[in-house]
Design a binder for this molecule. Sequence first.
Ligand code: CAA
Length: 293
Amino acid sequence: MQTPQNIGGVLMEIKSFGVIGAGQMGSGIAQVAAASGLQVVMSDINSDCTARGVGIIEKNLQRSVDKGKLTDAERQAILGRIKTTTKLADLAEVDYVVEAAVEMEELKFGIFRELDTVCPPGVILATNTSSIPIGRIGAQTGRPEKVIGMHFMNPVPVMKLVEVIRGLRTSDETFSITWELCHRFGKTPAEANDFPGFIANRILMPMINEAIFCLYQGVGKAEDIDTVMKLGMNHPMGPLALADLIGLDTCLAIMETLYDGFKDSKYRPCPLLRKYVEAGWLGRKNGRGFYQY
Ligand code: CAA
């Protein structure tokens, strides 16, 4: 890949980083950005949400201190680099923004329209979307060349991958800066083009959905389905436990995006997944999914 001449310079100028959303993904992204030395502004709709996000980060960092992987001074320094806000306008000062709000198209569109008015024209607006087209998000702004997918994996502090997704109008410079930023965060980027589900969820979600079909049709119990994939295929978690970790509402939203995008019945969401989401069983985050927590 050709790296434009000024990337090193531009990257060095990135000193502050905005994160929209303080949930499990947003807080994880804020943590890795602050750990890399950036000043972080993490925003969410109310102070309960931002406090919960900071709580997740504090817990993660404390675990690292307890294991001797981080000193207490380093933990304090990382936390000291994270500010929170409930106003998107406070992101006017940051050099790079990543949005990690919930996976709802209209909500993300609104955020990008507002960011476009708040952030100076040179600032890159990345999205952690797991499946919404980057081109469609970029078209909400007057700077589609500066809109890109920066898709982290859950749990963000642990998982090495970031999927970097180019929209049709994303510039090479935006791509290169984002690519380098992933390295600065200690992650390994992989490049994907803008098709529904990109690479990660195009492959992962149909597998999870098929595991849910196995449960739905009585092929096996949840524990047995997960044991087959863990011990038979060496996956670190079974697909149903992983669905609970990701969030069943997120899994359903991604399957809907694949189904809508390709109009192919192989991507139809399993009715059992829909039933769980409608009943409010969303996985680990609210204590009940395919397992009880
Ligand atoms: N947050 C931060 N750190 C965490 C964590 C969390 N939620 N969960 C575990 N960890 C850390 C632990 O502290 C531990 O750290 P050390 O190595 O420093 O001790 C390390 O991860 C390993 O944890 P454990 O020993 O407790 O447990 P494990 O070995 O079973 O690993 C796991 C846990 C990392 C979650 C592992 O089971 C795994 O890799 N699972 C698969 C995860 C996966 O596939 N993620 C991708 C989901 S798809 C996605 O995110 C994209 C999308 O769009 C849906």
